[in-house]
Design a protein around this ligand. Sequence first.
Ligand code: GAL
Length: 419
Amino acid sequence: MTRSMMVKLAALALILALACVPAGAAVSGNLEIFSWWAGDEGPALEALIAKYEATYPAARVINSTVTGGAGVNAKAVLKTRMLGGDPPDTFQVHAGQELIGTWVVAGRMEDLTFLYEEEGWMNVFPAGLLKLLSTDEGIWSVPVNIHRSNVLWYVPENLNKWGVKVPATWQEFLEIAPTLQAKGVVPLSLGENWTATHLWECVAVAAMGPEKWDQLWAGKLSWKSPEVIEAWKLFGEVIKYTNADAPSLSWQQATDMVVQGQAAFNVMGDWAAGYMATTLKLEPGVGFGWAASPGTNGVFVMLSDSFGLPVGCPNRENAIAWLKMLGSREAQDIFNPLKGSISARIDSDMSLYNKYLQSAAADWRTNVIAGSLAHGVVANERFMNDFATVMEIFLQTGNAEAAANAAEAVAIQSGVITR
Ligand code: GAL
């Protein structure tokens, strides 16, 4: 063999060897992901973890979860870790003020603009969503989904049996509620404190409309205004028809009451569709039905789960590989059909989504969009924590004026509005 042939062969061998190195070989070691997607809420996240570990066989994911709907427990643990200098590699955080008004203002997140540029994400996520993830200084997390907050859930067959229709307004609900009660059925199931706030936002958007809702968060409508007091009063009427043991129930248990025929309706975000379709294996449209929560037809109250890169995380490169995967069309289309949410991207493959999710996607494109309070879009964490106390005061006293006054004080203290 001539010398030049040997060189050629060696070069060929090198090319072949490189071709055999899996794409993810550079990523190895641990990746700690922090979220509240535990137990019943876990399958969609677990599918993403499986994809990550298959792409990067030398990496090991530490799936740190703190159970509890809406992250009420997880966020407290995260705060201790972040302030104590022990951040996870990446964590679940809602797009909007929960991200920007909590962690970005405190200088705890890395700017991810480079990733958006590298991956061409500027054009695949809707402009409104990008706005919720950004400040003038950067883009601060990667969204995995769009959830809808204002959904009314029911079992069609049960409503037929009880002779009631899906209420289009809260007035209609209040008219049919006594009929249901007389049959021994709870008209509206409810769970722990945060689910009351979730219901409150749906009632408030119905009572004041999406424009005034926006004005409230822009500081242009007072928390003590007649519109907000009316919303509290309507909320007070509605919760008269909820179960007495609400404070001790998780959101899943409140959903179960509907599925098992103890309650007629429940208002919850569409992770309930994920729970009913993925965990309980119910068929959308048969095992469960849905409508916009009363008085909100044509409005999509949105929220988005995202993951960010905390400053000083131990495994930065692995976290970047995770974030890169999350933003991809493929990962979003694996995660969302299981989760009960739609892809945050505009180019998802809708054939992978069930009937409920197809209808949510159509509404997302055509409805008026409003931001969720209970899930961090319009308010920072300080406001959300203190609003839980306002809610407790109202649940104890039923006093709309007192709740409105307390909420105004909380909005000022937390910097949500300035007066
Ligand atoms: C929301 C979150 C959803 C779901 C829900 C119930 O805050 O965005 O993904 O987990 O809480 O826990």
